[in-house]
Design a protein around this ligand. Structure first.
Ligand code: ADP
Ligand code: MG
Length: 484
């Protein structure tokens, strides 16, 4: 599954590690009571603490701590009952404190594991190094005044979880699968909304290349990528850039690079020599975080079923394939919808209808599950009508499209349009007789050994009955008649 770049001098393997910043879903900031709503008017969600007015003191938001612990448990990680907040000192116009409160040597969450889902139901485990809590900075706005930079402090102090992976990924696809799986888990947990286009999840991407089997090469880090597509593009570009340098006998400078998504290339921002010395030290305004096992146990007891466990359950108790189960559980909304449809019904048929016709019609009509005119119960009724022989599978698809377009129920449409499947043998026999009488030459060919014509006759009978004949009954009656 790894990405190998073939150079003139031999093969190169790509190594990737990700640092993801995920905004904690919480009504208040990490150390103040200010609101965190997205898209609010600039500088309307800023307390004296967030603006770093002299003498203001941070107060830890317990809800944010619980969210971090919950996320750690969701990542099957070690929870550290003792952790410390540090000051990371640097100057930036949108960082009024002159430092960011973060965690350095003693983070709240230690090592964990994330299982990524690759093609054809293949999975791989990626190591999580740590998760720590920190504050977000404000935002500098350069394009609203001809000669000044404006600052919006709404984000200042918002709680972030920085989730650091081991350098365990080997291809852009694996990095994409990692980000998607992490986002899925965060959404299941309700600890981050995962909306990358709103900045609630962004990734720093570390890339190096090496000869297969060698030690790790020198890495470059690309900051703040906010879409899965950009992450993949940046990795491909960066890995090839590094291979070109190494192939020419050069060496990689460890540096921070910027990915320009318009030009599709990375550019140097600063090298290791210019790297900041952040002068970390424990924040004297904050006590260490300390909790007992009972605190962690309570959060653990309230954890929802996560995508991996749901996938196992779908496979083991419903007999669904690894691939289908993976598709269904990726988004909780889809998994819930599917479970409502499948309740008391044939699982395989339910999977096919949800991932096939239902997704297809959502796409056709530009709807989502939330805005779908067809509910899980309404789709369930279609499946029931197929199962009890009222309509054929083919008619059901037509009915389903009409349900999307009109919002009517399946039974209403079947009733109104007279689409009930005909299973009455007398009527079907009559239709078969008509078809045979109208095609004497085809009948002769069939009887002369051209077995394939069975399909032709089948099609004609279905056509003659407006698609309403029960295919099972037609099948049973047709052959003896053709054979004479
Ligand atoms: P720092 O503390 O300087 O940020 P870390 O050792 O914590 O450095 O690593 C940061 C990220 O870089 C991690 O996600 C890690 O997996 C990744 N990483 C470290 N070494 C490499 C490497 N040689 N190639 C690719 N990624 C790497
Ligand atoms: Mg780092």
């Amino acid at each position: 599954m790894g990405m190998i770049i073939q150079g003139v001098t031999g093969d190169w393997e790509v190594v990737i590690g990700l640092e993801v910043h995920a905004q904690v879903s919480s009504n208040a900031k990490l150390f103040s009571g200010s609101a965190t709503e997205y898209g609010a008017e600039q500088n309307t969600q800023v307390s004296f603490v967030d603006a770093a007015m002299p003498g203001m003191l941070p107060v830890i938001n317990t809800a944010a701590v619980e969210q971090a612990v919950k996320t750690g448990l969701g990542l099957k990680a070690k929870i550290n009952n003792f952790s410390v907040f540090d000051r990371k000192n640097y100057f930036y116009a949108d960082l009024p404190q002159g430092y960011q409160i973060s965690q350095f040597l003693q983070p709240i969450v230690g090592e964990g594991i994330l299982t990524i889902d690759l093609k054809d139901g293949v999975t791989r485990e990626i190591g999580i190094t740590r998760l720590h809590l920190e504050q977000d900075a404000g935002k500098s706005i350069h394009d609203q005044h001809p000669s000044m930079t404006l600052v919006d402090l709404n984000r200042s102090g918002v709680a972030l979880m920085e989730i650091v992976s081991e350098p365990d990924m080997r291809s852009p696809e694996e990095a994409a699968a990692y980000v998607k799986k992490l986002r899925s888990i965060l959404r299941y947990l309700g600890t981050c909304d995962g909306n990358m286009d709103e900045g609630s999840m962004r990734a720093d991407v570390n890339v190096s290349v090496r000869r297969p089997g060698d030690d790790l090469g020198t890495r470059c880090e690309m900051k703040n990528l906010n879409s899965v597509r950009f992450i993949q593009q940046a990795i491909v570009y960066e890995a090839n850039r590094q291979v070109d340098i190494l192939e020419e006998g050069g060496k990689i400078d460890q540096e921070t690079r910027l990915y320009d998504s318009v030009k599709g290339e990375t550019r140097s921002m600063r090298s290791k020599e210019e790297a900041h010395d952040y002068r970390y030290f424990p924040d004297p305004d904050l006590l260490p975080l300390q909790f007992d096992d009972a605190f962690v146990a309570k959060i653990k007891a309230d954890l929802p079923e996560l995508p991996d466990e749901k996938k196992d359950r779908f496979m083991n108790t419903l007999g669904i394939s690894a691939y289908d189960a993976g598709v269904l559980v990726a988004e909780k909304e889809v998994a819930d919808f599917f479970e409502d449809v499948a309740k008391g019904r044939d699982a395989k048929l339910s999977v096919n209808w949800v991932t096939g016709e239902f997704f297809g019609n959502l796409k056709r009509t530009g709807k989502t599950i939330a805005t779908s005119p067809v509910s899980a119960d309404a789709l369930g009724e279609v499946i029931d009508l197929i199962k009890d022989g009222t309509i054929s599978n083919r008619i059901a698809k037509e009915v389903f499209e009409e349900m999307f377009d009109t919002g009517k129920s399946a039974s209403n449409i079947v009733e109104e349009k007279g689409l009930k499947q005909v299973s009455d043998t007398g009527a079907i026999e009559a239709a078969i007789d008509d078809v045979i009488a109208a095609n004497p030459d085809k009948l002769a060919e069939y009887r002369g050994g051209k077995d394939k014509l069975l399909g032709f006759f089948m099609g004609q009978v279905m056509k003659n009955t407006g698609g309403k004949a029960n295919p099972g009954v037609v099948n049973k009656l047709l052959k003896p008649k053709l054979d004479g």
